[in-house]
Design a protein around this ligand. Structure first.
Ligand code: PLP
Length: 384
């Protein structure tokens, strides 16, 4: 028999400092190597707002933001209270042959903040799961197999999402991926038109602003892409997993261009960074064509989709977002960030471009002119 496990509080106190050795032995030793190489091998003992705190009490401004989940900052007290409240209430979570209040209210609230083109929510637990659902819904709703995606796209790393990932470094070695998934250059309407012509495309899945590289769409691109999809009977799917929940200075980035997608994927910041969460907002027509009879009511879903903790955290997040006017703040701070950083392009040769929308922002570096361009070093890698 193994030793009895202590309480979590005791583990946090007594075993502090063992993080890296546990990681190296049981989780991902390559990550341990990266952390030691970069000097990021800290023991993180706390998180507060935009900061991570190490065992020496040093505070670090954390620009990873947990890969974009901490829209409210770390450990927002109101989300913590919501989680405590729902646990205190001992709710009838996950009845499965039954439905729950918090998930329903979350659907109501998300749809109230989304365009009229979507009318129902399919719950999920992560971003990639939301994208997988979008692919399946598009295939079922259209009876077609092909899915188009943009070069450099990132939609997650499970097999379906990976099949529409536009970055070789993620795809390589995991094939064969889903058949019928084809890339088009981001911004190229002619290429999209050509691919749609065959009438066999279920969906074009696109991030309104690409997370890998913060690539912004040309002004009319997304609206025209939506139009082309409509004309070809393909679903227009906006992956707002990274751009949504206020990041770009609108609750949904698609508001910048007045888009009306058939499917919208949300996740990441939606639960304030506490609980895995995902949501797929779907047009009534697409939803009805998938869930088209009692015997088909559970043909898509997942065990923890719509669970009370995720829904409560998401509702608290929406409340804080509204009350603290964080969407407007993202717009204001994003504009200030661009104003302060754009001059860097003129000041430093290695700064090629600064671009952004709200608080989705990138600074792109390039080699200085005088740098000898030989062999593989001649190629400057894409910005992560
Ligand atoms: N879609 C986009 C646009 C993303 O940026 C990500 C994650 O970075 C995902 C989907 C996948 O989300 P998750 O990591 O929660 O599966």
């Amino acid at each position: 028999m193994p030793e009895p496990l202590p309480h979590v509080g005791e583990i946090l106190n007594r075993r502090r400092g063992e993080e890296l050795s546990l990681n190296d032995r049981f989780v991902n030793p390559q990550m341990g190597r990266i952390l030691r190489t970069l000097g990021f091998d800290r023991v993180w003992t706390g998180g507060e707002g935009a900061h991570l705190i190490d065992s020496g009490g040093e505070r670090y401004l954390d620009l990873f933001g947990g890969y974009g989940v901490f829209a409210l900052g770390r450990n927002h007290p109101e989300v913590i209270s919501a989680l405590e409240e729902v646990m205190e209430a001992r709710t009838g979570n996950l009845p499965q042959l039954g439905v729950t209040l918090l998930s329903g209210v979350l659907a109501e609230q998300l749809l109230a903040r989304a365009p009229d083109s979507v009318a129902a929510m399919v719950p999920a637990s992560t971003g990639t799961e939301a994208v997988e659902a979008a692919i399946k819904i598009a295939r079922a709703a259209t009876g077609r197999g092909r899915v188009l995606y943009a070069e450099h796209a990132f939609h997650g790393l499970t097999l379906g999402s990976l099949s529409i990932n536009g970055n070789a470094e993620f795809r390589d070695g995991f094939g064969p991926l889903l058949p019928g998934c084809d890339p088009v250059p981001f911004g190229d309407l002619q290429a999209l038109r050509r691919e749609l012509e065959g009438g066999d495309v279920a969906a074009f899945v696109v991030e309104p602003v690409q997370g890998k590289g913060v690539n912004l769409p040309a002004p009319g691109y997304l609206a025209d892409a939506q139009e082309l999809c409509r004309g070809a009977g393909a679903l227009f799917v906006c992956d707002e997993v990274q751009t949504g929940v206020g990041r770009t200075g609108r609750f949904l980035a698609l508001e910048h261009w007045g888009l009306e997608p058939d499917v919208i994927c949300l996740a990441k910041a939606l639960s304030g960074g506490f609980v895995p969460v995902g949501a797929v907002l779907v047009s009534r027509a697409a939803h009805t064509s998938v869930f088209d009879g009692m015997e088909r009511a559970v043909r898509h879903g997942s065990t923890f989709g719509g669970n009370d903790l995720a829904a409560a955290a998401a509702l608290a997040t929406l409340r804080v977002l509204d009350r603290e006017r964080l969407v407007e703040r993202a717009e204001r701070l994003g504009a200030l960030l661009l104003e302060l950083t754009r001059p860097l392009v003129d000041r430093y040769e290695v700064v090629r471009e600064v671009r952004g929308l709200g608080l989705m922002w990138a600074i792109e570096f390039g080699p200085p002119e005088g740098r000898a361009a030989t062999g593989s070093s001649a190629r400057w890698p894409d910005m992560p």
